[in-house]
Design a protein around this ligand. Sequence first.
Ligand code: UD1
Length: 369
Amino acid sequence: MKKIMTVLGARPQFVKASVVSRALREEASLDEVVVHTGQHYDANLSQVFFDELEIPSPNFHLGIGSGPHGKQTGEMMIKLEELLLSEKPDLLLIYGDTNSTLAGALAASKLHIPIAHVEAGLRSYNRRMPEEVNRILADQLSSLLFTPTLQAVQNLRQEGYADSRIVEVGDVMYDAALYYLEKALHKSKILEQLNHRPKDYILATIHRAENTNEILRLKNIFTALERINRLKGVILPLHPRTRHLLEQHFPGWISRLSIHIIEPIGFFDMILLEKQAALIITDSGGVQKEAFFYQIPCLTLRDQTEWVETVEFGWNKLVPPIDADTIYEEAQKALNMQGQASNYPYGKGNASQLIVQNLKENIHAHLDH
Ligand code: UD1
């Protein structure tokens, strides 16, 4: 029996790990130990995902909450190092591009524990994003690079990674989008609760540091959403980061907004709201892709995207939030945007099985890192 230690901490990682964990439970030769760093600690950003997605409770919870990057990542590393020494896993499994991903990669690599990175090879080529720094370093330190797209493979090759480290598996978020949709359609009552009908609303989410920490961008986005709300009602589950920054820079504004602001919601409610939306406006990587999976037009309020396929197939349009008028005009047009059928750029929905199969084959071999 070989031991895999999974490190996770933020909302999108719970979704990604849920499908891989399920596949790991079916593989008798591999044992998974789950470590939650505590990066996301609010119940509706963390516990609800463990409940709905049936992820076993973490074996270890490090309880490290919010903080500046160095402090948050450093505290995670200190505790992860202790755990890695006592648990002695054969491999560390990390997901995506958060500070939890980076802390895991740094701690394990110094202890010569091989690392596998799920969602490797993504690039925005914008190093001002903390996620870009995290993913570049996580890739560098990993022995196995599980890529979600062909573009990710090409990015890694261009940076000189050997083909022997790259494993093309597809996107685990596609697996999750397929697996949980049926459950969401049965279980979610969110439309009734919010008093909406399919296609009579626009779904929006905003949380990226590059938008929320830039006061002008934050103002442009919310000014535009207020105008768009007159075209079609906007529903916005508000990320705590965005709430704090709005309250800090524009006191009292949230309560005066006419868009429908709700608390962050669980995964079932989220994918149901996505599936039934007339349009999605977001700066999230996961939400952009879910829009694509469910064939919903999407505006991404960023300068670049790692998920270029969503744009190539015509379901997604990039709109840098540098002025409110442009966002409004693009939203008006996007309500009639229709993309093309795709040739499965995110794999076949079996990325998690391919990952587990590969881990099983490779964990017995000597992994270089
Ligand atoms: C993190 C990831 C981002 C990912 C996002 C998903 C990094 C650098 N960023 O961003 O890539 O897309 O998760 O949501 O790792 N907060 C709460 N309650 C919580 C968690 C956070 O109130 O449960 C607040 C705190 O004020 C905190 C702020 O949100 O300072 C930011 O949280 P943090 O985990 O640092 O980053 P996210 O913005 O969530």
